[in-house]
Ligand binder design. Structure first.
Ligand SMILES: NC(=O)c1ccc[n+]([C@@H]2O[C@H](COP(=O)([O-])OP(=O)(O)OC[C@H]3O[C@@H](n4cnc5c(N)ncnc54)[C@H](OP(=O)(O)O)[C@@H]3O)[C@@H](O)[C@H]2O)c1
Length: 253
């Protein structure tokens, strides 16, 4: 898919109105803020947050947690990732585009372009683009931080986490992805969370001041898994940086 095609917002060949597997719409619901149609490609959101819900400050993440960056890569590798333009900008240039993943960037700027980024001008067209079967980049880049941190050692590629079975009727080519990861930031998360069926959240056991907050999780979400496994009492991993953190997987009730 070319940038021009993406910019046109055209659905990829063979994909007419991608269906997105997620929570069923509330009875009578006429759509979502993002205007995403009901569904057949699963949407997941992934982020890291402080104990007080901060995900960003001044255009970056206000912590250094290399284990989270490795986790991020492990979860998203091989899948398309969709991000807001500010999140793209937050990536250190040497890590852009994120290796081994299609990088789809949403912007309202008609002339925005960046090497390695596929451009979409709406969330809907970004999801349509991500749902297409365009080939993945041939090479993998180093672990890609979503913050201005030092590179960490690449981790072994791992399968994309928990692909949900397709339950819709969308005619998606075999090579099309089963899951798309929305990787931020807050503006993108708020636009798509109602259509998502999975959240991968890294929780840091410390408060950080910030200007960008994690999305509010309503009662339709419940914790499906924790790592470390002990949820009660809560247990934590300890980073080599000294921060304590844990991975939480949320699914729809
Ligand atoms: N902790 C984490 O896991 C994590 C993950 C990701 C990001 N972050 C942090 O979050 C912050 C960035 O988040 P953010 O919410 O400020 O920005 P963002 O969501 O990354 O990007 C916002 C931009 O995306 C474009 N956009 C958003 N909605 C659009 C729509 N419906 N149609 C077309 N374009 C649209 C616009 O780009 P234009 O202005 O170009 O039109 C908008 O300014 C940074 O601090 C970053 O470090 C943290």
């Amino acid at each position: 898919m070319t940038d021009a095609a993406a910019a046109a917002g055209a659905a990829p060949a063979g994909v007419t109105g991608p269906e997105i597997v997620g929570a069923p719409a509330a009875p009578g619901a006429a759509g979502t803020a993002a205007g995403l149609e009901a569904a057949s490609v699963a949407l997941g959101l992934i982020w890291a947050q402080s104990s007080d819900g901060t995900i960003g400050r001044g255009g970056v993440m206000p912590w250094h947690l290399p284990e989270d960056l490795a986790h991020f890569k492990q979860v998203t590798l091989g899948a398309p990732v969709v991000m807001g333009r500010k999140t793209w900008d937050s990536l250190p240039p040497r890590f852009r585009p994120l290796g081994g993943r299609r990088n789809i960037v949403v912007t309202r700027q008609a002339d925005w372009a960046a090497e390695g980024a596929e451009v979409a001008h709406s969330v809907q067209s970004a999801v349509a683009l991500a749902a297409s079967s365009a080939p993945l980049p041939a090479t993998d880049a180093p672990v890609a931080p979503v913050a201005p941190v030092a590179p960490v050692a690449p981790v072994a590629p791992a399968p994309v986490a928990t692909d949900a079975p397709a339950t819709g009727t969308l005619q998606v080519p075999d090579a099309a992805p089963k899951r798309i990861w929305i990787i931020g930031g807050a503006e993108l998360f708020s636009a798509v969370i109602d259509e998502a069926d999975l959240l991968e959240v890294t929780e840091i056991d410390a408060a950080f001041e910030g200007d960008t907050q994690a999305p509010h999780l309503d009662a339709s979400w419940s914790v499906a898994a924790t790592d470390p496994a002990d949820a009660e009492p809560v247990s934590w991993h300890t980073s080599r940086t000294g921060l304590q953190y844990r991975f939480l997987t949320y699914a729809r009730r």
